[in-house]
Design a protein around this ligand. Structure first.
Ligand code: PLP
Ligand code: COI
Length: 357
C-alpha cells in the first residue's frame, strides 16, 4: 500500500521507541489461536448518518440494546487480517485495504452503512499502535491477529436494518490456527450440510455463515478431521471451500488451481497467493473443480489469514479417499516461504501489499 504522504499522517506512525515495546510475560513460541485480553480495542459508531472517528477502549465488554439487530437478525459481519513484526523492526499490516473492501461488501449486503478505506486503515493503525507490545517478536512465527467486527446495534423488532452501527476492531497475538504450523491436516467432505446457499451470503463474511458451519465442523472433527470441506450448495458436485479457508491445489501438471464459485468467500490470502504463484512462474487457474478431479492434485492446501497455508494430507468423501501425503509438498512450501517472506519483510513487497503502522 502507498505510504502516507501528508506530514500529519506521518506523525501518526509508530516511533522507534514504540516499536521497541514488547511484552516480556508472554511465551511467544507457544501461542495458538486463542482469545487473549490485550490493552484495548477501537470502537467507531455510526449514528445520525455519520461515523465517529473512533476511540480506544480498555474494557473488552460491550453494552447494547436487548433488541439490537446483530443479536436477532444477523446484522453482524467480521474480518480477519494480521500485523507482523518484520525483520527491520517495523510493524506492517497485510493488505488492510482489501479487508476494508470486503467488509464494505458485507455491509452493503445487510443494508448497513459503508465507510472509506482510509477510515478503516486509520482505525487499524491506531489499535495496532496502542497494542504494539502484543505484536509477537520477529522470528517467533507469531503475528497480531486483527478482528474487525461490524454490528447493527439499535433496537429493531420488525425485520429491518438498524439505524446505528458499531465498527469494533479487536486484536490478539496468535500462532498457528492448527497445531503444528505447516503440519498437514485431514479434511472431510461435508455431504449432509451446507455452510451457504446458492444465492445466499457465502461470498461475504457474515457471522451467520459460521453459525451454519459449527455442527458439520464438529461432526468432522469428532471423526478425526480438523477441516470440513464444503461442496457447492446447489449440486454438491463441485468443490467450494473449507469451513474457515479457501481450497487450492497444485495439479499433477503443476497448475495452481482454485475453485470459481459464487458461494465462497473471496479470500485475500488466495488472491495474493495466485499473484505470488504467477510471480514464481506457476500457472494459475480459477475454475469450477468437480469432486471427481480431487484425484488430479499432487498437493492440496487450505489458505486464509488464520490458517496461512495449511497442507491437507487427505480428503475423505462419501465415495473415496484421496491422499496427498503427510509432508508439505514442494510447491506449497515455495508459496508459503514467498508469502510469509513478504509479510515478515524478508522479501521485497513488489506489489505494495503491506501497510506500515
Ligand atoms: N473462507 C472462509 C470461510 C473464511 O472464513 C476465511 C477466513 O477469513 C477465508 C476463506 C480466507 O480469507 P482470507 O484469506 O481473506 O483470510
Ligand atoms: C480468518 O482467517 O481471519 C478467519 O476469519 C477464519 C476464522 C478464524 C473464522
Amino acid at each position: 500500500m502507498k505510504p502516507p504522504k501528508k506530514e500529519m499522517e506521518k506523525e501518526k506512525m509508530a516511533t522507534e521507541e514504540q516499536l521497541k515495546k514488547i511484552r516480556t510475560d508472554i511465551d511467544w513460541g507457544s501461542l495458538g489461536f486463542n482469545y487473549m485480553p490485550v490493552k484495548s480495542h477501537i470502537r467507531a459508531t455510526y449514528r445520525d448518518g455519520a461515523w465517529s472517528k473512533g476511540e480506544l477502549v480498555a474494557d473488552p465488554n460491550i453494552t447494547m440494546s436487548i433488541a439490537a439487530t446483530c443479536l436477532h437478525y444477523g446484522q453482524a459481519a467480521f474480518e480477519g487480517l494480521k500485523a507482523f513484526r518484520c525483520k527491520d523492526g517495523k510493524v506492517r499490516v497485510f493488505r488492510p485495504d482489501e479487508n476494508a473492501n470486503r467488509l464494505n461488501l458485507s455491509a452493503e449486503r445487510i443494508l448497513g452503512p459503508g465507510f472509506s478505506t482510509d477510515f478503516f486503515c486509520d482505525l487499524v493503525r491506531r489499535v495496532v499502535l496502542d497494542n504494539i507490545e502484543y505484536v509477537p517478536p520477529y522470528g517467533s512465527g507469531g503475528s497480531l491477529y486483527i478482528r474487525p467486527l461490524y454490528i447493527g446495534t439499535s433496537p429493531q423488532i420488525g425485520v429491518a436494518p438498524a439505524t446505528e452501527y458499531d465498527l469494533l476492531i479487536m486484536v490478539m497475538p496468535v500462532g498457528p490456527y492448527y497445531k503444528g504450523g505447516l503440519k498437514s491436516v485431514r479434511a472431510m467432505v461435508i455431504e449432509d450440510y451446507d455452510r451457504a446457499a446458492p444465492l445466499g451470503t457465502g461470498m461475504i463474511k457474515l457471522g451467520g455463515n459460521y453459525g451454519a458451519s459449527l455442527k458439520p465442523a464438529k461432526i468432522a472433527k469428532k471423526q478425526g478431521f480438523p477441516i470440513p470441506l464444503f461442496m457447492d450448495p446447489k449440486t454438491h458436485q463441485y468443490v467450494d471451500e473449507f469451513g474457515t479457508s479457501n481450497f487450492f491445489g497444485i495439479t499433477k501438471a503443476g497448475v495452481y488451481t482454485t475453485p470459481k464459485s459464487s458461494s465462497i468467500l473471496g479470500s485475500i490470502t488466495n488472491k495474493s497467493l495466485q499473484q505470488v504463484a504467477k510471480d514464481l512462474g506457476i500457472p494459475v487457474e480459477c475454475r469450477p473443480i468437480h469432486r471427481n478431479e480431487l484425484g488430479d492434485f499432487a498437493e492440496v492446501a487450505a489458505c486464509g489469514t488464520a490458517v496461512v497455508i495449511t497442507p491437507v494430507s487427505e480428503i475423505v468423501t462419501a465415495e473415496k479417499t484421496y491422499n496427498y501425503g503427510e509432508e508439505c509438498g514442494p510447491t506449497l512450501k515455495k508459496l508459503y516461504d514467498a508469502m510469509t517472506g513478504i509479510q515478515y519483510g524478508e522479501r521485497p513487497d513488489t506489489h505494495g501489499w503491506t501497510f506500515e503502522v
